[in-house]
Write a protein that binds this ligand. Sequence first.
Ligand code: ADP
Ligand code: MG
Length: 576
Amino acid sequence: MSNFSPLGLNESLLNAIQDLGFETPSEVQEQCIPILLNQKTDLVALAQTGTGKTAAFGFPMIQLINTGNRITQGLILSPTRELCLQITNELKQYSKYEENLNVVAIYGGASITDQASKINRGAHIIVATPGRMKDMINRNIIDISQIQYCVLDEADEMLNMGFYEDITEILSYSPKAKSTWLFSATMPKEVSQIARKFMSQPVEITIGKKNVSTKNVTHSYYIVGARDRYNALKRLVDAHPDVFAVIFCRTKRDTQRIAEKLIEDGYNAAALHGDLSQNQRDLVMKSFRNKQVQMLVATDVAARGIDVDNITHVINYQLPDETEIYTHRSGRTGRAGKTGQSFVILTKSELRKIKAIEKVIGQQFTSEKLPTSEEICESQILYLAEKVKNTEVNHNIDFILPKILEKLSDFDKDELIKKFFSVEFSRFYDYYKQAPSLLQIEQTKGSEKSSSKKSHGEEHRYFINLGAKDGFTWMSLKDFLKAELNMGRDDIGKVDVMKTFSFFNTHKSKERQVLKAFENFEYNGRVVSVEITRESKESGTKNRRKPHKDKGSFSKKRGQKNQNRNKSLERRRRRG
Ligand code: ADP
Ligand code: MG
């Protein structure tokens, strides 16, 4: 008998669960499933990421849906497109033995027509991001007037991302008599407010502590130029010679690259990511556990469930895309009553993310300056002195001692100490003595204005006729541009999304790449146009004004648009 049978799940779900290889229900599943199956009630469940919340609401919802009826009965709102797809995928696996159960994903940045035709074919359960969902309800493509179950997944994150109004509007189209199930990793004020507003007498389930961040961890950030991340990382680890750290990167590629660079530079580092075989990953984890590896560079997915004690530092080489993930990263340190430090390396444009994270963790960050060369050298020397102090003498060298003493007999104690430390220490000293780029970090940090002006002068500001109406937020537009332009995250800056159009910056040298990528480009059946803005053309971005939202200035832009188009046609002809 399956460990899941006592929860009241039917045969087809139990079979799917067996195929998935789930052996025992997680705590949140154990507590939620029987209640949701048997009571018509609202519910608030708090549990950390990775505790199996999707199945906690997914299993009961699948079982409760009446597939004999084609209408939409369940709605799941989730904050991001990735989560939306992940949940849809999970639900499809859970329901593989259900006959004719349709689950449809609705999210921005993809064809609305395709999604509409899927809805037309029948959607018992819709998994959606709030922006696109609202849009499709307003266009009468989706009808949720008869749903019985509504899940607000990752509610804290949805509120962080500013979806409160969208959620309110979406729910206003749903019937009063339905069950609302809210799932969240943390319970900030906003989430309890939303629970009060949209639910009546919800059953409350809390797994673990309410706010998951450990107070044993201090959080600091370091602002650097986009190209100085790696040097900043080196400074941070050099200033903490006893570091035993997990360094988080956003992608597998960065993870591998940073680990390789660190190894090249003489550190005990290793990479942990999904492209390694299970065997390789086990080996890496083993060396990390027994401290042969001092720095583990990892992706979020690969680092899930790392339970190594005594990790002194978590270093966010890049911030995660989702605020909630930060909690899990920093939770790798400060365990078992120990204290830990979480460092974030970020560029100035990412600073706003810190506010969102502070809300989630309920703790403030301190803004710190990167350690100076002198500070690094000092901590390295003191660390060495400490090591010398604690070293047990190896008496195997006694036999050669007279000869050593004779060789060094001309020096007094102070001189000897200086000499010994110089042997070990010169590596750092020489490196930092001639580390010009790092001196720059320190200077530009203090004078953000001059540095940003400088970089603006080297950038073009572009206009693109895609905006919030097309379902974009600045983050999703940046991702979209990144993919279409084949650029890195730091290559695209200052993304400002307006209702029907947006602006972004890239380095001047990328002009051809940008304009070429969007030649004859269509998005959802609409011709996309991208142009360099007039301000950018005429005077760099020195007099960059905030774009006005009123129609007048938009039509002015249009005039400009045609002018630019003519220019670019001219350019093309000349080239051709
Ligand atoms: P959460 O939403 O709480 O962050 P998820 O629902 O995404 O967590 O689940 C995290 C991972 O754990 C998923 O890969 C999921 O397939 C797996 N999982 C969920 N429940 C179980 C279980 N009972 N046994 C084993 N794995 C599980
Ligand atoms: Mg989840």
